[in-house]
Ligand binder design. Structure first.
Ligand code: FAD
Length: 491
């Protein structure tokens, strides 16, 4: 995709969206459409491929969506948009190994990436005010006039009246063990979706996967297709894999919006009770979890920090394994690996990882066992899920934002301090003008803010807000500003 910048000039735009995963892409698409192409929007992505982000960049056709096709439309008002797109693109579906996509089908994530790419490309063709810039943003400077200088790795800059941080999911955090030298070992792998990771894991020897969520399961699916080289060990704190999807009769919302549960314990009680009733009525707990979804953000916001902490400590792992489910085909592959002795799963806690001549020695405490256990493995792969403690991130842009005081972590270290509509608070608790976010960074405020059904609402809402604000204010320096020299002053 095109890069609208040239090396010797500065550029202006009305809005710069940093990150072209689902969130950034849909924000930019909505914004440029709302404006009828009258403003300039820069969508900036550090990776080569736009619109896919981490989730939909995989080429492995066994990596499936965990939400059925009928609910994955990019637009909140049209949840079946993706399903119709599948029907209109039978050749693309066939190439992704699927035929006859139904509303309840779980299709490859790659196919969803193809869809998002087309949504973006169609918008860009129609509204040239949308520019795609393949650049990594390294810094963001707030000018006295409330606008931003967006600085790319390499030093070039872009002036933007509004900036959206759509940075999404970061790589998993490294286990914080006493001896952390293994962090630098070539045998410790942190990108479970990279082709190079799979190639390394094809070498002889046992391997250890840390984490048994959807990422760990993805890796198992990829490894299952490769010739057996050794045993795959999986260690996770709770020993919980995602629960399987299954048909369930949808239920109406069962939580009374005027009497939301006051505590995590009360919420658990209500879910258990509703699940029992659902089972008696011929449905199951899945319908209850799905019916709870529209209320989860409200419940979360009702709780104080203490209650939220209790939830995170005691219930989160169970909630996530029931909420983020996997296809039964994927779980059958896992079961099969276990049955034929290629996979061993443990509930436990890693105590140490030490590199030696033959690989990595891992010591771990298994749940309810006194004696620590030891494994000798060739590789350890970190699949513990995205790091959300921004203080631990080594991302250059995030570190700059901290240094400038433009962002600050939320009290639970789940994301950053944000307010209604994705506004951002600085280190002093003041609103940063013209800076917004959506998606994962809002976890502390919203808890549930990572899946398409939530993100598409946020993207549309944020675009509407930006469009309203841009319309109200003066044009950002110049009209449809790409290619025009910067007018404003530097700090
Ligand atoms: C493996 C996986 C599978 C998932 N499956 C599903 C699913 O089936 N259904 C569902 O609803 N949800 C799923 N999700 C949830 C997923 O988080 C969302 O669906 C969505 O993809 C998140 O999009 P995002 O744009 O917020 O973040 P991301 O996809 O992480 O995108 C952020 C983008 O920002 C870019 N970026 C970051 N920093 C910079 C910078 N400094 N400069 C330029 N670019 C930058 C990154 O390169 C990245 O492309 C899955 C998540 C994962 C990780």
């Amino acid at each position: 995709m095109s890069n609208g910048l040239s090396a010797d000039r500065d550029f202006n735009c009305d809005a710069a969206v940093i990150g072209a995963g689902f969130s950034g892409t849909l924000t930019a698409v909505h914004l440029v459409r709302l404006s009828g192409g009258t403003i300039s929007v820069a969508l900036i992505e550090k990776k080569q491929r736009f619109a896919r982000g981490v989730a939909y960049a995989t080429e492995d056709l066994d990596h499936l969506l965990n939400v059925p096709a009928g609910r994955m439309g990019a637009y909140a008002k049209d949840p079946e948009h993706f399903l119709r797109w599948c029907h209109e693109h039978p050749d693309t579906c066939r190439a992704a190994g699927v035929q006859n996509v139904l509303a309840g089908s779980f299709v490859p994530r790659k196919l969803y990436g193809d869809y998002l790419e087309e949504v973006l490309e169609n918008t860009r063709r129609r509204w040239p005010g949308l520019q795609l810039l393949q650049e990594e943003v390294a810094d963001l400077r707030l000018r006295p006039n409330g606008q931003f200088i967006v600085e790319f790795v390499g030093g070039r800059t872009l002036n933007a009246a509004k900036v959206v941080l759509a940075l999404g999911n970061f790589p998993p955090g490294d286990p914080w063990l006493r001896d952390r030298r293994f962090h630098n070992s070539r045998r410790y792998l942190t990108d479970p979706w990279a082709q190079s990771t799979l190639e390394q894991l094809s070498e002889q020897g046992d391997i250890l996967i840390l984490g048994s969520g959807l990422t760990g399961l993805d890796l198992l699916l990829s490894l299952a297709k490769r010739p057996a080289t050794g045993v795959i060990h999986v260690i996770s704190r709770r020993g919980l894999f995602p629960q399987p999807h299954a048909l369930s009769t949808p239920l109406p919302a069962f939580i009374d919006e005027n009497a939301l549960p006051e505590t995590a314990r009360e919420a658990l009680h209500q879910v258990r009770k509703a699940s029992k009733q659902a089972a008696e009525a011929g449905s199951n707990w899945r319908a209850v979890v799905d019916a709870l979804r529209p209320s989860t953000q409200k419940i979360w916001q009702r709780w104080d920090w203490v209650e939220r902490r209790k939830f995170l400590r005691h219930l989160r792992a169970y909630w996530e394994s029931h909420r983020h489910r996997a296809s039964s085909e994927a779980l059958a592959v896992k079961k099969n690996l276990e049955t034929c002795g290629r996979l061993a799963c443990y509930r436990g806690r890693v105590l140490s990882i030490t590199e030696n001549d033959t690989g990595l020695e891992v010591e771990f405490a298994e749940f309810r066992r006194c004696e620590p256990k030891r494994l000798q493995v060739s590789y350890v792969v970190n699949c513990t899920g995205p790091e959300c403690n921004y203080h631990k991130l080594k991302d250059p842009l995030v570190m700059q934002l901290f240094l400038r005081g433009l962002i600050t972590p939320d009290p639970l270290f789940l994301g950053i301090e944000v307010g209604v509509g994705g506004i951002i608070y600085d280190v002093h608790g003041r609103r940063v003008p013209n800076l917004y976010t959506l998606g994962s960074p809002q976890k502390g405020r919203l808890l549930e803010t990572t899946a398409v059904p939530e993100l598409r609402l946020q993207a549309e809402g944020l675009a509407k807000r930006l469009w309203r604000e841009i319309r109200r204010s003066e044009p950002a320096g110049v009209e449809a500003g790409f290619g025009n020299p910067a007018l404003a002053y530097e700090i």
